[in-house]
Design a protein around this ligand. Structure first.
Ligand SMILES: Cc1ncc(COP(=O)(O)O)c(C=O)c1O
Length: 419
């Protein structure tokens, strides 16, 4: 079986874990930058190409700043995410605001920042107009329904709560035109963790065709098409990463045949999260207890608070024990956390080297939808985040939560007199 690589040596890992208490997530700056440059280079044929990093995947301002330096925008979907982008110095059309069931204050902030506002429904047109006025540039999220197959995480598009139907799109753009909007975008987001490159080529082709059709019927010109995120990553050692050059080549061909014949040049946007930071994050944890009953359990000091994808979706995350690399994986372990839920397991029946209390374990591919999905159920606290810099140094980019954070929303002062 091919083994997954780590960006740090065993000695560096020991040093990190002796300096910062486990568990923690550590991100690899070099990997993130090289991957970002590769994506930008692959799509350089499109002069307006921009990847808007899906902030929800890893909302850490230090990583966001790195991505800003690499030319990425920010895809935000809530007020705190908009505020984070602003703190990182990303404003204006460097932000794409894609929300749903949106409260007024979020539209107000997005408009004040000059973000590209992507509407989820026809009724949001008058709502946005009433709360803050329509901006010059408006985008709609398209839900292609049965025209596009979904997957286990995102579900089938026709069952999804997001976006406009095809008929609603025509009606919506007509409405925008009447109301004086002059700049238009078209967006969709139908995939999640999809490893088939053709899926993204087909999505681009669908959107290009639709943009040209709407443009010709309504006499409007589109500025951009956003094909969404959802590029998958190889969570298992046997899987291969999506070949972004191949995706780019297919999208370019679709662009040349679908767009250039019937429409002025369009900018191509994307909003990936997972493929941008996912493979470059590692959850480092120590084995706390080994327990043997009907099965063998390796109880870690991390739990599903730190990474809930395995419990939530049965997702696979590779686990390695760097100090025992090369040793036979002769024991099947359920690798668990300490939360009082039986699905608090990072792996079930995973062949690993013989483990002992104190061993350092690395859980791979935690850089997206990892720390970000954390919660405090059962009084479990979110961990620190560290950054492995390109020069090999390690810096903390978020401290671990404390019991004081857990209590921060409580006022104990009234408790003594409360009966
Ligand atoms: C609107 C939108 N855009 C982009 C993303 C990023 O998806 P991924 O991290 O799979 O690329 C998501 C994920 O939930 C999303 O909801």
């Amino acid at each position: 079986m091919p083994e997954k690589k780590l960006p740090f040596t065993c000695e560096q890992l020991e040093r990190m874990a002796n300096t910062y208490p486990t568990p923690f997530h550590v991100y690899d700056e070099r990997g993130i930058r090289e991957n970002a440059r590769r994506l930008n280079a692959a799509f350089a044929w499109n002069p307006g190409f921009k990847e808007y990093f899906a902030v929800k995947a890893c909302p850490n301002p230090y990583l966001m700043k790195i991505l800003r330096e690499e030319g990425f925008g920010m895809d935000c979907s809530s007020l705190p995410e908009l505020l984070l982008a602003e703190r990182v110095g990303v404003t204006g059309e460097g932000i794409m605001f894609t929300s749903n069931d949106t409260p007024e204050e979020e539209f107000i902030k997005a408009k004040a920042l000059g973000a590209v506002i992507n509407l989820d429904d026809l009724t949001h047109i008058p709502f946005l107009e009433k709360c803050t006025g329509l901006p010059a540039l408006v985008c709609f999220r398209y839900n292609p329904g049965p025209l596009k197959g979904g997957n286990a995480i995102i579900g089938h598009p026709e069952q999804a709560k997001y976006g406009f139907t095809r008929e609603q799109l025509f009606e919506g753009y007509r409405m925008l035109k009447q109301k004086g909007v002059t700049r238009f975008g078209l967006h969709t987001m139908v995939a999640s963790n999809e490893l088939n490159p053709q899926y993204f080529i087909d999505t681009a082709e669908l959107l290009f065709g639709l943009a040209v059709e709407v443009s010709q019927e309504l006499g409007i010109t589109f500025e951009f098409v956003n094909i969404g995120g959802g590029i998958g990553i190889p969570y298992t050692p046997e899987q291969a990463a999506v070949d972004v050059e191949r995706v780019s080549e297919g999208v370019r061909k679709a662009y040349e045949t679908r767009v250039l014949a019937g429409h002025p040049p369009l900018k191509l946007y994307m909003e990936c999260g997972r493929m941008v930071t996912g493979p470059y994050g590692y959850l480092v944890s120590r084995v706390r207890h080994i327990k043997k009953t009907y099965k063998a359990y390796a109880g870690l000091d991390a739990c599903m608070t730190n990474l809930m994808r395995p419990a939530l979706y049965g997702a696979y995350h590779h686990i390695t024990v760097p100090a025992k690399a090369g040793q036979p994986c002769g024991t099947l372990y359920d690798v668990t956390g300490s939360l009082c839920e039986n699905n608090d397991k990072f792996a079930i029946d995973r062949p690993l080297p013989e483990l002992a209390s104190g061993d350092l374990v690395v859980i791979h591919d935690t850089g997206a939808h990892g720390h970000a999905m954390g919660f405090q159920y059962n009084g479990k606290l979110r961990s620190a985040e560290l950054l492995l810099r390109e020069d090999g140094t390690v810096v903390p980019i978020r401290r671990a939560e404390t019991v004081e954070d857990y209590f921060a929303t409580l006022d104990f002062s009234a408790l003594p007199t409360f009966t």
